[in-house]
Design a protein. Structure first.
Length: 188
């Protein structure tokens, strides 16, 4: 009557339904906290809420440039169904931002954010984003072929980043900033 694969699927979906219905306790501890980079952030099952995003600006000889958002948007390719390192990297970077936001909500008011490991990781990522955004804004179309070439670059000396909470499908504004870093040197 029932074949083994059908029975296995019924057991799996029954177990899945039970885990959604039965309340469970939250597992926490210092060692599990250190291993959190191996586990994805499963909070998207609870409710749709404000999403933390990274905003970066650079200081060049013309002054502070406007804030620019880092948006993890990936191109869709058929090969990404099998191997998608670029998308995995974007998801890992967004997960860093979400972990920093969670850490900021958990720390006491007297603790400096600069001492958090997640802050240091996001700071390094924001430096990379600042350099790549600066490279994309200083590139100009070539008069011959339409390709991007770099004109004499305006050197950037510092950068700054913000973590903003944005409502779903909207961009956050400066009033929604959870964290604004001090002006940071590119070498730090």
């Amino acid at each position: 009557m029932f074949t083994y694969p059908i029975v296995a699927l019924l057991i799996f979906f029954g177990f899945l339904c039970l885990t959604l219905i039965i309340p469970t306790r939250v597992i926490a501890g210092p060692w599990l906290f250190l291993l959190r980079s191996f586990f994805p952030n499963w909070r998207f099952y609870h409710r749709v809420g404000y999403q933390p995003g990274l905003w970066v600006r650079v200081l060049n000889e013309q002054g502070w440039q406007p804030w620019q958002a880092w948006q993890p948007r990936a191109k869709r390719r058929l090969r990404y169904w099998i191997h998608n390192p670029d998308i995995n990297l974007m998801l890992a970077n967004q997960n860093l931002i979400e972990h920093l936001n969670a850490d900021l909500q958990k720390v006491d008011s007297g603790v400096q954010a600069q001492g958090l490991v997640s802050y240091q990781l996001v700071k390094d990522f924001a430096r990379h984003v600042a350099l790549s955004l600066h490279a994309s804004t200083t590139a100009a179309p070539s008069s011959v072929s339409g390709t991007l070439t770099s004109p004499p670059s305006r050197p950037i000396s510092q950068f700054q980043f913000q973590i903003r909470l944005a409502p779903p499908y909207q961009a956050g504004d400066e009033n929604s900033a959870v964290l604004t870093s001090p002006a940071l040197d590119l070498s730090s």
